[in-house]
Design a protein around this ligand. Structure first.
Ligand code: UD1
Length: 337
């Protein structure tokens, strides 16, 4: 079965290509290389023994998308990662985000709606919940007004997909990721942040390797046990596996609705200081850090209730925070070796 993975050379995309190939799927990956590198293809090949078919394609060009589906008429399964994801940048340049994340989604769905049947897996985010009132967060928690254009593209994306499935043969799964971290255990693929990392774990590994002087911990006056903010850090390989399971669910017609939504997290909340402590344990290194002001737009805490993913999807996270951090550290060391 042939599957299209958009953003297939990106962080989560590349790990998903590996898991798909491990499960015997034939993958066509597309990517515009705006936040990824062709070297990722080598990494995927080293792990799986197979180089996925690849096209350097920008989904913002509608004709490209049309041409692609003409050429690959047998594709009816799509896992859609291609999108921009930097919150601050989205505030600076909202139209870039609406074009990158929304126009591209529309073009893809326009091609899929022409098919007899189509399966669509969407990269959504726990950002749709904003600061949820109760922890852990279930999928029934209300979607709150987005705090950034980036967050808004995830909400609008979910709505576009939901509206479209009502009147087409497209079935979809919306996966709301918590905080993806880590790398493949082989260290052949991992996260490749552009410039100074905005996310916690790549900043930690770059600090430990000596690329950054120290980590700034954004706030220690939150109403949490140690005062630092709490997130649910999910190993990227566990997250990748959730996509394969969701796609199979649609292909096997096991879905109970045209659109199903699942939280993808571990169910465990960890504070920034917990992450630092766990990193120091697995790396055997002291991490230099200082406490600074809160980062604007950050929420206090977010961790998933994963009952629905566990019981309905039949997926659960297998890796611990330590496993994930150890893999991220191994990847960073290999990158800089
Ligand atoms: C961020 C985005 C989220 C997006 C996700 C994509 C914001 C507000 N949210 O999630 O919408 O889906 O990235 O990957 O940007 N921290 C530090 N020092 C650092 C970096 C982070 O203390 O140098 C803290 C943050 O304050 C937060 C935690 O670490 O409490 C995790 O931060 P991060 O990795 O950026 O993820 P989110 O902010 O949860």
């Amino acid at each position: 079965m042939k599957v299209l993975v958009t953003g297939g050379l990106g962080f989560i995309g590349s790990h998903t290509v590996v898991e798909l190939q491990n499960e015997g799927f034939e993958v066509v990956a597309i990517d515009n290389l705006s936040n990824s590198s062709l070297d990722v293809l080598e990494g995927i090949e080293k792990i799986t023994g197979k180089r996925p078919e690849f096209e350097n394609l920008d989904l913002r060009q509608k004709e490209n998308v049309q041409q692609f589906f003409k050429k690959h008429a047998d594709i009816s399964g799509v896992i859609h990662f291609a999108a921009s994801k930097a919150v601050g940048e989205s505030v600076e340049n909202p139209l870039l985000y609406y074009e990158n994340n929304i126009s591209t989604l529309v073009y893809l769905l326009q091609e899929l709606q022409a098919k007899e049947t189509a399966h669509f897996i969407f990269s959504s985010s726990c950002t749709v919940y904003g600061q949820a009132e109760t922890m852990p967060i279930t999928e029934d928690a209300p979607v709150q007004l987005a705090l950034s254009p980036y967050g808004n593209t995830k909400q609008i994306g979910e709505e576009i997909i939901t509206d479209t499935t009502k009147v087409t043969n497209i079935n979809a799964v919306l996966l709301r990721y918590f905080n993806p971290i880590g790398a493949h255990s082989s260290a052949e693929i991992g996260e490749l942040p552009l410039g100074v990392p905005q996310n916690l774990v790549p900043f930690i590994t770059q600090t430990a390797i000596g690329l950054r002087k120290e980590l700034s911990v954004f706030g220690n006056d939150y109403p949490t046990p140690d005062g630092t903010a709490i997130r649910d850090y999910i190993h990227v390989v566990d997250l990748a596996k959730a996509h394969v399971i969701a796609l199979k669910r649609l292909m096997d017609k096991k879905n109970q609705a045209k659109v199903e939504t699942f939280n993808v997290g571990t169910g465990k909340g960890s504070s920034v200081l917990d992450v630092i402590t766990a990193f120091e344990k697995v790396s055997g290194q002291k991490l230099p850090y200082k406490i600074v002001d809160r980062r604007e737009g950050d929420i206090v805490e977010a961790y998933a209730n994963t009952d629905r993913a566990n019981e309905v999807l039949g997926w659960s996270a297998e890796s611990s925070l330590e496993d994930a951090l150890a893999s991220a550290w191994k990847w960073e060391q290999k990158l800089r070796a």
